[in-house]
Structures are given as C-alpha cells and as structure tokens.
Design a protein around this ligand. Structure first.
Ligand SMILES: [Mg+2]
Length: 226
C-alpha cells in the first residue's frame, strides 16, 4: 500500500479568517515601528508571517533587528488569542470538514499542515473553527521566510512524525495561491489549488495538477491525488 501525505495550507484553503488577523498585524507592527504602516493587500497571499514582518521592517526601519521581529511576533500572537475567538466574519471553505473526516478514515492517508501562520496563531484559527483535531504535524511560519523552505520543513516533520519517508509523487500540497503551487512543483510534489476565495484564472497560470472551487461534492476522497 502506498502511503500518501496531504499537506494543507490554512488561509483560503481550509478557512477564511476574516479581517481580524490583518487588523491585528497592522497594530502589532505599528506598535513597534512607531507609526501606522500600510500593507499592500497582496503581501498576505501565500506569504509566511515571518516574511511579512521582516519585509515590513526592511521597508520601515533603517536597521531592522531581531529584537523588533520578536516584539512584533509576541504582540501579534497575544492579541490574536484575545481577539480572534470573538471575531465573526470568517468562514470554513465549504465541505472541508466532511472532506477531512473522510481522509482521516483512510489508513493510508496522512494529514499535515503547511502554513505561513505562526504555529500558535494557526491553532487559534483552527480551534475557532473546530479543525484543530485533524492535524498532528506541520510546517509553520515561525521557521521559514519563504514557502519552498517552509514546505521542505513540513515534509521533514511529517516523515519524522509518521515514521516513514514519503516519496515526492505521494505528497500533495493543497493551497490557494500561486506561491503554494510553485512551492509544490519546486520539490516535485502534486499541487491542488482551491479557488473558493481566489481568482480561478490566476491560479490556472500556475498550472496546478488539480483545481477545485471548494470541497463540496468530492464524493471520492482520492480524486485530488490520483
Ligand atoms: Mg493561503
């Protein structure tokens, strides 16, 4: 039996977190940089939290240092824990819970995360939507600035966690941006793109192996990777 590893991105792929994370991010960076910092909206798509903070520091401070990075990170995580549970403008990508339930029932399928979120804020979001029980391993934005490195770490951790060496053709990356598609192909993995809150044509430019709008009507749980 060939064992498969399916790695899910979070934002735009499992759920849409609403406005709270970017509002809190802006406040956290502002509190350290000392002024209100404007974000180009695109900066969030498919980027790691580490990249976003370091990039904003590079743009707004003459000599960005690690101290500022860690102060912003701490502020952000603290405020997300306070505020995100009260937010009500987020939603699950349709069909995801049922789909994860099906995948979890398959003994040859193993699940993991590959997300630019910090680990703590990833689980703030997942818990809020009741998805925290599905994932035992993952790569998070704490350790990597760019997406291919993040994915490499996610696979390495999954290999260790599940005690096997998944081969590249048995690894599937599910995401909602071109960064997710490119990082999957960078390592020779299969890419599934989810267009529910994104533009289909933009995603098709990245040539994902499969494109779906959401998880509704996926009768066969294997349709995404066989
Ligand atoms: Mg995403």
């Amino acid at each position: 039996m060939t064992h498969k590893l399916i790695l899910f991105d979070i934002d735009g792929t499992l759920l849409h977190a609403g406005k709270t994370p970017s509002t809190v991010f802006t406040e956290s960076i502002g509190s350290v940089v000392g002024k209100t910092v404007k974000f180009p909206k695109q900066i969030f798509f498919g980027r790691t939290d580490t990249f976003i903070i370091r990039e904003m520091l590079r743009q707004h401070l003459e000599t960005p240092a690690d101290g500022e990075y860690y102060r912003i990170k701490e502020h952000f995580i603290h405020r997300m824990k306070e505020r995100f549970p009260q937010s009500d403008d987020g939603f699950l990508i349709p069909g995801i819970k049922q789909y994860l339930g099906k995948l979890r029932g398959e003994s040859d399928i193993h699940l993991g995360l590959v997300t630019g979120n910090f680990k703590e804020t990833a689980f703030v979001k997942l818990s809020h939507f009741g998805l925290d029980d599905y994932f035992e391993t993952g790569g998070f934005g704490d350790d990597a600035e760019d997406r291919p490195e993040l994915l490499r770490q996610a696979v390495e951790k999954a290999n260790q966690h599940y005690g096997r060496l998944f081969s590249s053709e048995d690894i599937v990356v599910v995401g909602d941006t071109l960064h997710d598609i490119h990082s999957a192909h960078h390592w020779g993995y299969r890419s599934v793109a989810v267009s529910h809150i994104r533009d289909k044509d933009t995603l098709l430019e990245g040539k994902p192996d499969v494109l779906i709008e959401n998880y509704n009507g996926l009768k066969d749980s294997r349709v995404l990777f066989e």
